[in-house]
Write a protein that binds this ligand. Structure first.
Ligand SMILES: N[C@@H](CCC(=O)N[C@@H](CS)C(=O)NCC(=O)O)C(=O)O
Length: 236
C-alpha cells in the first residue's frame, strides 16, 4: 500500500499505457516516487478515495493531494517540477499545437486500436487501414506544425508527444505477435515508423518497457476475450 511518508505516489497497473505515460514522465524528470500496483478487479479503497469520479488508474498523489487522468497528471508534473527536460514548449502557440496533437493521438489513434482487437478477417484489415490513415494525418500535421522537427530522433530529450506515442507504438511488435500486424513499411507513414523505432532505442524506454513476452501474453488474453474474436460454440 502507499506509504504515507512518500512525497510522490503513483497508483497504476503494469499493463496500462496510461500509467506508463506517468511513469516515464517521473523518470524523465528524475522525480523519486513510490509505485502502488492496483488490481483493477478489486480496486483499493485508496484508489477509490483518490479518484472517486472515474475510479481509474493512473492516479498521482503529491504531498497527499491526488491528481487523476494521465494527461492532466503529465501537465501537473511539468509545471510542478519545471526543470529540464520540459515536456511542453513555453511558447503558448507551440504549446497549443502540441496539445492539439496529443489530444488527437489520445482520442483518435489510441481508440482506433479497439476495432482492431474486436474483429478479424476483412473487418480487421479495414480497421488496420483506418489506423494507418489516422497516423498519416498525425504525421502530416506534425510536419506542418513543427517544421524540421521530424523525425523526433534518438538523443533528443523526450517531450509530451514522444511519451504519448512511445507507450503505445514502441510495443508494436508485441501487438503484431498477439493480434495482427498494424505497423509496417508498406502501410505506415515512414516518418512515424522511424519515430517509433527511434523511441524504442531511447535508454528510458529500454528500461521502462514491459518485457515483450509478458506483454504478448496480456494482449492475447485481452484479444481472445473479445466476443467477436473468441470462437463461439457454433464455430467449433
Ligand atoms: N483517460 C484516462 C484513462 C485511464 C484508464 O482507462 N485506465 C484504465 C486502465 S488502462 C482503468 O483504470 N480501468 C479501470 C476501470 O475502467 O474500471 C487517463 O488518461 O488516465
Amino acid at each position: 500500500m502507499g506509504d504515507k511518508q512518500s512525497e510522490v505516489v503513483l497508483f497504476g497497473t503494469w499493463a496500462s499505457s496510461y500509467c506508463k505515460r506517468v511513469e516515464l514522465a517521473l523518470k524523465l524528470k528524475g522525480i523519486p516516487y513510490e509505485y502502488v500496483e492496483e488490481n483493477l478487479s478489486n480496486k483499493s479503497e485508496l484508489l477509490l478515495l483518490h479518484n472517486p469520479v472515474y475510479k481509474k488508474v493512473p492516479v498521482l498523489v503529491h504531498k497527499g493531494k491526488a491528481i487523476a487522468e494521465s494527461l492532466v497528471i503529465l501537465e501537473y508534473i511539468d509545471e510542478q517540477w519545471n526543470n529540464a527536460p520540459k515536456l511542453l514548449p513555453d511558447d503558448p502557440y507551440q504549446k497549443a499545437k502540441l496539445r492539439f496533437w496529443v489530444d488527437f493521438y489520445d482520442k483518435k489513434i489510441v481508440l482506433a486500436t479497439l476495432p482492431i482487437i474486436t474483429s478479424k478477417g476483412k473487418e480487421q484489415e479495414k480497421a488496420i487501414d483506418d489506423m494507418n490513415e489516422l497516423i498519416r494525418v498525425l504525421e502530416d500535421g506534425i510536419k506542418k506544425d513543427f517544421p524540421g522537427k521530424f523525425p523526433f530522433s534518438n538523443g533528443q530529450p523526450l517531450g509530451l508527444l514522444d511519451i504519448i506515442v512511445a507507450v503505445n507504438s514502441c510495443n508494436y511488435e508485441a501487438f503484431h505477435e498477439a493480434v495482427a500486424v498494424v505497423m509496417s513499411p508498406e502501410k505506415t507513414p515512414p516518418h512515424f515508423l522511424a519515430w517509433a523505432n527511434a523511441l524504442k532505442q531511447h535508454p528510458l524506454m529500454k528500461e521502462s518497457l514491459t518485457p515483450h513476452d509478458k506483454l504478448v501474453a496480456k494482449m492475447r488474453e485481452i484479444y481472445f476475450q473479445s466476443p467477436q474474436v473468441r470462437p463461439s460454440q457454433n464455430n467449433i
